[in-house]
Design a binder for this molecule. Structure first.
Ligand code: SAM
Length: 202
């Protein structure tokens, strides 16, 4: 998908949901000791800003300039620092390493996403973590909301198979996210992989 499609979407959408951090990221990251963090496909910065508020030194990367402008504005509003990086992840390789790397709801098709997960794993410093949260393949038939194109959905096992080439998998699972709608609660099926880079040996 072209960045301009996301620019238009980010310009249109200004929901509260774009300001509240992802619940699975909050739960997975809270026990970790803050250090440097890289939020890939950071969108309007809800997770990056939450990380910065939790004491992480955060770089937020996205290919949508509209999203990054909103992320910078949210950071300013909340009084935290955010380093902003504009890049297309399909052509990106990490220039340095971070104690935490995250991707939340980056839904690229098969053939594109594996290289991004590999680059994300390569961006993790020794002893650091990679957290991937995505809309699960099962969500299309069994869950609520999320992308309607099967091609951009994946499973935790797919993520774990790729990032497990270089990282130790700590969690690899589907997770259920309640979504409040007008007439009640629906349930979205997401996936989560938390992986750790081995400590460097001298
Ligand atoms: C569903 S949004 C999720 C944003 C954010 N992670 C969150 O949870 O609020 C997906 C984001 O991925 C970004 N994105 C999609 N493809 C990308 C690519 N190839 N390179 C960089 N960013 C990309 C979009 O611009 C969008 O901001």
């Amino acid at each position: 998908m072209d960045a301009s499609v996301w620019d238009e979407r980010h310009a249109r959408e200004d929901r509260l949901a774009n300001r509240e951090p992802n619940r699975f990221l909050v739960a997975a990251v809270t026990p970790l000791t803050p250090g440097t963090a890289l939020a890939l496909a950071a969108g309007q910065g809800r997770n990056a800003v939450w990380l910065a508020e939790a004491g992480w030194r955060v770089t937020a990367l996205d290919y949508s300039r509209v999203a990054l402008d909103k992320a910078a504005a949210l950071a300013a509003e909340r009084g935290v620092d955010l380093q902003i990086e504009h890049a297309d992840l399909r052509e990106w390789s990490p220039g340095r390493r971070f104690d935490l790397v995250t991707t939340v709801y980056l839904q690229l098709p098969e053939g594109e996403r594996e290289a991004v997960w590999r680059a994300a794993a390569a961006a993790v410093a020794p002893g650091g973590h990679l957290l991937v949260v995505g809309h699960d393949a099962r969500n299309l038939e069994e869950g609520y909301g999320g992308p309607s194109r099967a091609a951009v959905l994946y499973t935790a096992a797919e993520v774990a198979a790729v990032v497990g080439e270089v990282l130790q998998i700590e969690r690899s699972e589907t997770v259920v996210r309640p979504v409040e709608v007008e007439d009640g609660t629906r349930y979205a099926i997401d996936n989560l992989v938390l992986a750790r880079a081995p400590l460097a040996v001298d």
